[in-house]
Design a binder for this molecule. Sequence first.
Ligand code: SF4
Length: 476
Amino acid sequence: MSELHDECGVFGIFKNEPDIDIVEETYLALYALQHRGQTGAGIAVNDNGNMRYYKDFGMIPEALPEPELSRLGNGQIALGHVKYSSGDEVDPANLAPLVMRYIKGQLALCMNGAITNYHELREELNHGAAIFQSNGDTEIIAYLVARARIKAPTIEEAVREAVNQLKGAYAAVLMSPSKLIGVRDPMGIRPLCYGKIGSSYVIASESCVFDSLGGEFIRDIQPGEILVIDSDGVHSYTENCGEKTALCLFEYVYFSRPDSVVDGVSVVKARQRAGKLLAQQHPIDADIVCAVPDCGIESAIGYSMESGIRYATGLIKNKYIGRAFNDRKKNEEYLMRIKLNALTYNIEGQRVIVIDDSILKGKTSRHIVELLRQAGAKEVHMLIASPPFRNPCYLNSDTNTKEKLIASQKSIEEICEYIGADSLGFLSAESLKEIAKECHIGFCDACFTGEYPLDVSDTSREDKYSQKIKQSGISE
Ligand code: SF4
């Protein structure tokens, strides 16, 4: 149960069959992507260039109630988005899809990721008299596309021109009056793939969506590729594809669903491999191995397979906690208590190995060790299926300051003492890439190694979110 928050999830569909209800398909797709963001959700539908949308805060059922969905009607193209945002971004204007009107009609857009030259671009657009509704990255991309489209002969040309100005990590889906477009950043830091439901095409953050919809996965969108779907079929533009690629390794550790395949590697396989490597690197004499749900489960199974130590359920996660509850109960410790319970029947009198995906601040780990001890564990050994998370991620997650990361402030022994475990071990940084060795592209592992795949030297990155707030406020 990582303290690292999820990313956003994007979805788009181009309907080629009259029977498909694209609002319903988009709604179901967002359910499959719910793990990537629980702050808000939205759907936009394109009916012959007339776009209708609905978006709100909360998890899918509360954000997208049936009466609002039925008002969206039907159409040929639709976009869907689930959003995670840090606490300082709770402005409804930041919900997606963003739907705007410009010189060529309407345009809708949603994305997963972070634009690292956000301030520079926003400054430039501000000086061109741009009027912003939000302080999000999505609106920057929308402006760049709209501006480029004034001269560009086609929407795909405009998108290409716009993304040439972007730096950072992004997987975006756009909808013009007649086209569905998927774009992945040149390094492929954020995942994006496409598939088919019957003869209709779909683009999504993760392949688990195609299984949920009874469709088929076709392939990952390449880093830098612009994929355009229209009534003539699928068109791929690869002029922006770069040499250096850097998929976020944390997709395998935590972000993606275990039933997804990301850039050629099954997430469940990667997590089980991490568990097997942990068993080789940290052999422990124990009675049971259990997991911190959900992301530690497959690694714990891998540890059990490699070590022969019995896998048992040690912790139960309450899956029914929505945003409304989180808003009401701000006390972190209280929340953790409600979210996780130890299974005394399995734990009492046992020497327990407990496996989690990562440690960020350390508070959750401390709580978990305490829970297991209260349930009667004789020993608690915590293992982490990734290396120490020492460096901020500027490429999406909300860990944008080093001071919040316990591994950047304390040694492993000190962390072990802080969380109160009998021992603590991490997967080695050298072996991390082994978990997804068949991946088609290179990796970003900067949060573990400090080696960022792109320039993050702009000091304002440390304070990106507070600067966004300032930029969106009244300054005179
Ligand atoms: S720094 Fe870490 S979490 Fe961020 S993109 Fe790179 S691997 Fe992913």
